[in-house]
Design a protein around this ligand. Structure first.
Ligand code: MSP
Length: 531
C-alpha cells in the first residue's frame, strides 16, 4: 500500500510565523492524523524556504549572514509546530546539504537532457513574492487612475505586482530557461481531465481561465550570482544560482528520495495533497507540473488544495500590511489559563471557515467559539457525564443498555460522517457533525434527567443512561483526535481508557468501553472566558 503523502508549503524564514502559516500546517496535520487514526500509513512533510533575494535582504538588514539569519528564524517555526502539536514526519530546510545536492543533480539532469536553454530574461520581478512577470502578464499600460489589481499605470512608475500590488523591479538578465508554453497544451488537457488535481472548484476554474491565455514562453530558473548569491549554485554554470521557487518546489520530490532512493520514492510519490494558500496556486499548478513533466516524472500530485485567506478587516493578513496575528500570543495571552489553549486555537481555525474560503479573524469570534461550542457544549457534556458516573455509579463505567437509541445510532454513524467530510477536506463540516452529536447528548441528559432517576431509585434506567453517555464520549474522543489531539487524549484519560490506542474503526462499534472500568479524575476542560 502506498503511503499517504501530504505536504505544506515551505515557509519563508524572513519573518516570524503567523496565523496564516499555522492554518495551512494545522489543516495538513489534521488530515494526517485522520488517516493515521484510520490505520493508514502517512508521511507529513513541512519545512522552510531559506534561499533567495528576499532572505538575503532581510539578513542584511538584520546584520547577519543569511545562514545565521535562517538558523535563528527556523527555530520559531519548529517551536510553533511543537506548540500546535503538528505531527510532521520530516522537516526540510532548503539549505540542508541533502536538498542542495538533490537540486543540483536535478538541474544537471535537465541540462543534460537538453531541456534548458540559455537566454536573456527581460521582464519584471517581485522580490516579496520572489516571482517573475512578463510584459504580457501585466497587460496594457493604463492611461490613468487607480492601479486596481496590479497592472501597469502609465508613465515612468514601475508596474505593480499582480499578486501583491507592490512595485516591480525591472530585470534584464542572462539565465537558464525552462520552456513553459510548449507544455501548455499538455497541462491544459491534464487539468481538464483530472478534476481532483486542483481544488476547490473556484481555484480550478481560475487555473483553467489562466490556461486559456498563452503562458510565458519560458520560466527563468536561475538568478545571476552577482545579483543574488544566496542560492544553490548551478553546477554547469558557475555564474548562476537556482531560482528560489525552482529550488523550493523540488523539496516535494527531493525528500521522498527522487534522486537517491527509488524504492522510497515509489512508496511516497505522488503526493496525495499539496496544501497551499491561494496566493501560490500558479507556482504549484503551472510551474510544478511542468517541472515534473520535464523531468519525466510520470505521476502528477493527486491534489493541490489552495485554501483561502485569513483576513483582518478586509485585508489579507500579512507581514507587509502589519496586521498579522501571532499564534503564540493568541495561545499564551488571549487563551491564558486554558489548559488546552493550542487545541482551542486549532478548533477555531478548522471550524470557523469552510476550508477553501476566506475568513475573518477576530478575538470575539474566537472567544465565542470557546464559550459556546467548547465550554457550554463539549466541556459541559464531558464534565457532567463523568461527575454523574462518579456520583451515581461509584466512578465506574456502567454497562451500556438499550436506553437512548436515537443518540446511540447518531454516535455510531459519526465516524462515517466524519470520514465523508474528511475525504472532501471539509474540516469544518466534520467538526459540525461531531458537535451535533455533542449537542444531542446534552439534550439527552436534560430529557432523561439522571438526577430524577436517582431520586426515584430507578437505578437500572440510570445506569443505562450513564452507560450510553459514556459510550458517546468514547466515540467523541476518537473522532476528535485529528482536530484536538490533547483534548481527545484527556477525555480518553478521564474515561479511564488510559494508554489504549484510539482507532477510527472502533468508533462504529457499540459498546466499546469495558464495563466496570474505573474512570479517571474528572477536570474542567474549558473554563469559560469573559467576553
Ligand atoms: N516559500 C513560499 C512557498 C514555497 S512552497 C514550495 C511561500 N512562503 S510563505 O512563507 O509566504 O507562505 C505562504 C503560505 O502561508 C501561503 O501559501 C499560505 O499557505 C500561508 N499564508 C500566508 N498568509 C496567509 C493568510 N493571510 N491566510 C491564510 N494563509 C496564508 O510562499
Amino acid at each position: 500500500m502506498k503511503t499517504i503523502y501530504l505536504t505544506t508549503p515551505l515557509y519563508y524564514v524572513n519573518a516570524a510565523p503567523h496565523l496564516g502559516h499555522s492554518y495551512t500546517t494545522i489543516a495538513a496535520d489534521c488530515l494526517a492524523r485522520y488517516h493515521r487514526l484510520a490505520g493508514r500509513s502517512v508521511f507529513l512533510l513541512t519545512g522552510t524556504d531559506e534561499h533567495g533575494q528576499k532572505i538575503q535582504q532581510a539578513a542584511q538588514t538584520a546584520g547577519l549572514s543569511p545562514q545565521a539569519f535562517a538558523d535563528r528564524a527556523v527555530e520559531q517555526f519548529a517551536s510553533l509546530w511543537t506548540l500546535l502539536e503538528i505531527s510532521h514526519d520530516e522537516f526540510i530546510r532548503t539549505t540542508q546539504p541533502r536538498h542542495q545536492q538533490a537540486v543540483q543533480a536535478i538541474v544537471t539532469k535537465l541540462h543534460a537532457a537538453g531541456q534548458l536553454t540559455r537566454a536573456r530574461y527581460q521582464g519584471w520581478y517581485c522580490t516579496p513574492e520572489e516571482t517573475f512577470w512578463t510584459e504580457a502578464e501585466l497587460g496594457e499600460p493604463r492611461p490613468s487612475g487607480p492601479e486596481g489589481r496590479g497592472g501597469r499605470p502609465a508613465g515612468t512608475r514601475a508596474p505593480l505586482c499582480p499578486a501583491c500590488q507592490r512595485p516591480l523591479e525591472s530585470v534584464s538578465e542572462d539565465g537558464w530557461m525552462l520552456p513553459l508554453r510548449a507544455s501548455q497544451p499538455w497541462l491544459k488537457r491534464y487539468v481538464e481531465t483530472h478534476e481532483a488535481f486542483v481544488q476547490p472548484a473556484t481555484r480550478r476554474n481560475e487555473l483553467l481561465a489562466l490556461l486559456e491565455r498563452p503562458l510565458p514562453e519560458a520560466l527563468c530558473i536561475t538568478r545571476p550570482r552577482q545579483r543574488v548569491d544566496w542560492g544553490i549554485p548551478v553546477p554547469f554554470s558557475p555564474e548562476h544560482v537556482v531560482y528560489v521557487w525552482f529550488d523550493a518546489l523540488l523539496n516535494y520530490i527531493t525528500v521522498p528520495g527522487y534522486v537517491e532512493d527509488p524504492a522510497r520514492f515509489a512508496q511516497l510519490w505522488p503526493a496525495d495533497v499539496h496544501f497551499i494558500g491561494k496566493d501560490i496556486l500558479r507556482h504549484h499548478a503551472v510551474y510544478w507540473p511542468i517541472m515534473l513533466h520535464a523531468l519525466q516524472v510520470e505521476e502528477m500530485p493527486r491534489m493541490v488544495f489552495a485554501h483561502g485567506w485569513w483576513k483582518v478587516g478586509e485585508q489579507k493578513m500579512s507581514k507587509s500590511l502589519g496586521n498579522i496575528v501571532d499564534p503564540t500570543a493568541v495561545i499564551g495571552q488571549l487563551l491564558q489559563g486554558q489548559p488546552f489553549a493550542a487545541d482551542i486555537y486549532r478548533y477555531f481555525l478548522l471550524r470557523e471557515i469552510p476550508f477553501g474560503q476566506d475568513g475573518h479573524f477576530s478575538e470575539e469570534a474566537l472567544v465565542t467559539r470557546l464559550n459556546a461550542d467548547l465550554a457550554n457544549d463539549l466541556g459541559n457534556l464531558v464534565n457532567r457525564t463523568l461527575s454523574m458516573i462518579t456520583g451515581y455509579h461509584r466512578g465506574t463505567i456502567p454497562p451500556a443498555g438499550p436506553h437512548g437509541q436515537p443518540l446511540a445510532q447518531a454516535a455510531m454513524r459519526l465516524a462515517e460522517a466524519v470520514s465523508a467530510a474528511m475525504d472532501r477536506l471539509e474540516f469544518s463540516a466534520a467538526l459540525e457533525s461531531i458537535m451535533r452529536v455533542v449537542a444531542q447528548a446534552n439534550q439527552y441528559v436534560e430529557s432523561s434527567a439522571p438526577w430524577k432517576l436517582a431520586k426515584a431509585g430507578d437505578t437500572q434506567t440510570l445506569s443505562q443512561v450513564l452507560g450510553t453517555l459514556g459510550e458517546v464520549l468514547r466515540i467523541v474522543a476518537i473522532v476528535l483526535e485529528p482536530f484536538m489531539p490533547a483534548v481527545a487524549q484527556e477525555i480518553w484519560r478521564q474515561l479511564g481508557c488510559g494508554e489504549r490506542p484510539r482507532r477510527l474503526a472502533d468508533a462504529g462499534r457499540w459498546p466499546g468501553l469495558e464495563t466496570d472500568q474505573p474512570i479517571g479524575r474528572p477536570s474542567v476542560l474549558f473554563p469559560k472566558k469573559a467576553s
